[in-house]
Design a protein around this ligand. Structure first.
Ligand code: PEP
Ligand code: MG
Length: 578
């Protein structure tokens, strides 16, 4: 009998493949002693050797399919495993304290971590601590004979099933083998969900108990269009979904015809539909999918899986690739946006009760100029290779924007004084993600060149709803009239000052929101590449003028449900979406 599970449709498409569970096993150990030290030492040697072999394999795999950067994380672990001190300390516990091998490993791990935590103001030590945890986990897994999930060692296409997936996990995936993603936690806009769209694989999130109800190797159908997962489907179900998958592919092909045309509404208004990207590999996806620019370059991916901050020159080399590849199409780079659910091993952030309301994004940038300044210099230097815009994340006050802008101007002046060329046309804008800013938009609009609405955070803060929490995701309502009113305010305020407005949150790629955003006059839509052609096709045959009454009615109803009904009434082709 097949089992039907439901969740949130997070990345569209349909896939049928076996499940691969990415779930941490329980490796907890308790105090245990031994009377046979030699036996324990031999077990320890074996587990070191097996761990070494395994890590080497993962390393080679990562190097081959993901490049040097991903492999470097594993290098750190191998060098720790090869470090005689670690080994000798564990042996000492066994020989002189009669600890069983597992208990000796656990004790030495805790000693190391305590030591490292005592000196934890250093990024390098932080990544060392991560390596200690990972390596000891691997040694324990051999001693206890409980295998660890190793996604990098996977050699066939599979649907990844997990409780949570961190951005660092996704950065280590091998694109060839990730067929789909199912998670128990997470909402439509948590960061890994966004990454799954970048991988262009179907994803369903918030599937309660997915990781316990699904077993490794179970055949799965992931329906990322309707938010369904079918475990061990029947032959009839497989046939049905194969048909749906075919239809989906046909639609994709029809949209492909738009790739080289401009995005113009039926009544002749030009819109820009751009892509959100994180890695250089995403550029090709963006171009193949007909993106007319990059509306959000998430620079944080440059900082992941590294144990040191990237230097100015390393950053320049990377930004240059984005800017040059897009030619004269605009690339909007966002300065480092960490904190909240995006943690970087090497930039240590304080432990906070409410990280989404804490030290994050531009707050980190302004407090740590040694991070922000080199980044801005690298961006400015890259500006001569194409058409670059820079924006600051999570601006809350006019003073913050002015401070950030002053730092940018200072770096520009220093570069120019040193004879380094910087383009004249670099636009400087900000992400609009905080309700207080939307309320004050007419004032901000005087200072910025543009706004990019970060609807993911804006809605989270408007409804006091954690964007990654499946328990409250029902309150996360993109189409709520309150959201629409706020967005309309921002667009009107910016236009009154002659400034343009984009949107780079997930809402920009939601077809049900497109008619509303068009009607309000949003200038640029930026989304995951996989959505671009679909949204472009929709814009092409809608008329902005005819959408004005829809906007007027939508901001004057009481619920998101009523807005949805109105949209479907005006644009019947959207009637099957939810
Ligand atoms: C947003 O908040 O809408 C956004 C695009 O930024 P991120 O998802 O990276 O927080
Ligand atoms: Mg954000």
């Amino acid at each position: 009998m097949s089992l039907l599970l439901t969740g949130l449709a997070a990345s569209s498409g349909i896939m049928i493949a076996p499940a691969y569970l990415l779930v941490e096993s329980d490796l907890s150990v308790t105090q245990q002693h031994t009377a046979d030290e030699n036996h324990e030492v031999a077990r320890l040697h074996d587990s070191f050797a097996l761990s070494r072999k395994e890590l080497q394999k993962i390393h080679d795999h990562a190097h081959q399919s993901l490049g040097k950067r991903a492999a470097a994380v594993i290098d750190t672990q191998i060098s720790l495993l090869d470090d005689p001190t670690l080994h000798d300390k564990i042996i000492d516990q066994i020989e002189n304290h009669h600890d069983a091998a597992e208990w000796a490993v656990e004790k030495v791990k805790n000693q190391y971590l305590k030591l490292l935590e005592g000196m934890n103001d250093n990024d390098y030590l932080q990544s060392r601590a991560m390596a200690v945890r990972d390596v000891t986990k691997r040694i324990l897994s051999h001693l206890l004979d409980i295998p660890l999930p190793t996604p990098a060692a996977l050699d066939h296409r599979a649907i990844f099933v997990a409780n949570d997936i961190t951005p660092t996990d996704t950065a280590q995936f091998d694109r060839r083998y990730v067929a789909g993603i199912v998670t128990a936690n997470g909402g439509r806009t948590s960061h890994f969900t966004i990454m799954s769209k970048t991988l262009a694989v179907p994803a369903v999130v918030g599937v309660k108990d997915a990781a316990t109800l699904i077993q490794n190797g179970d055949m799965l159908i992931v329906d990322g269009i309707h938010g369904k997962v079918i475990v061990n489907p029947s032959a009839t179900e497989i046939e049905h979904y194969q048909l749906l998958a075919g239809k989906f592919a046909q639609e994709q092909q029809a949209w492909g015809a738009l790739r080289d045309k401009q995005t113009v509404s039926a009544d002749g208004r030009r819109f820009e539909v751009a892509a959100n990207v994180g890695t250089v590999a995403d550029i090709a996806d963006a171009q193949e999918n007909g993106a007319e620019g990059i509306g959000l370059l998430r620079t944080e991916f440059l900082y992941m899986n590294k144990d040191q901050l990237p230097s100015e020159d390393q950053q320049l080399a990377s930004y240059k690739q984005f800017v040059a590849a897009m030619n004269q199409q605009r690339v909007v780079a966002r300065t480092l946006d960490i904190g909240g659910d995006k943690q970087l091993g090497m930039v240590q952030l304080p432990h906070e009760a409410n990280p989404f309301l804490g030290f994050r994004a531009i707050r980190v940038g302004l407090a740590r100029p040694e991070i922000l300044r080199p980044q801005l210099r690298a961006l400015l230097r890259a500006s001569v290779y194409g058409r670059l815009a820079i924006m600051f994340p999570m601006i809350a006050t006019i003073e913050e924007f002015q401070q950030a802008r002053t730092i940018l101007d200072e770096e520009r002046a220093k570069l120019e004084a040193a004879g380094v060329q910087v383009a004249d046309n670099v636009e400087v804008g900000m992400m609009l993600e905080i309700p207080a800013v939307a309320v004050m938009a007419e004032y901000f609009a005087k200072y910025v060149d543009f706004f990019s609405i970060g609807s993911n955070d804006l809605i989270q803060y408007m409804f006091a709803v954690d964007r990654g929490n499946a328990n409250v995701s029902y309150l996360y309502q993109e189409l709520h009239p309150a959201v629409l009113r706020m967005i309309k305010r921002v667009i009107d305020a910016a236009h009154a000052e002659g400034k343009w407005v984009g949107m780079c949150g997930e809402m920009a790629g939601n077809p049900l929101a497109t008619p509303l955003l068009m009607g309000m006059g949003l200038d640029e839509f930026s989304m995951n590449s996989g959505q671009v052609l679909r949204i472009r096709s929709l814009i092409n045959h809608l008329s902005t003028r005819q959408l004005q009454p829809l906007v007027h009615r939508a901001i004057n109803v009481e619920t998101a449900e009523k807005v949805k009904q109105l949209v479907k009434e005006y644009v019947p082709e959207l009637k099957d979406l939810n």
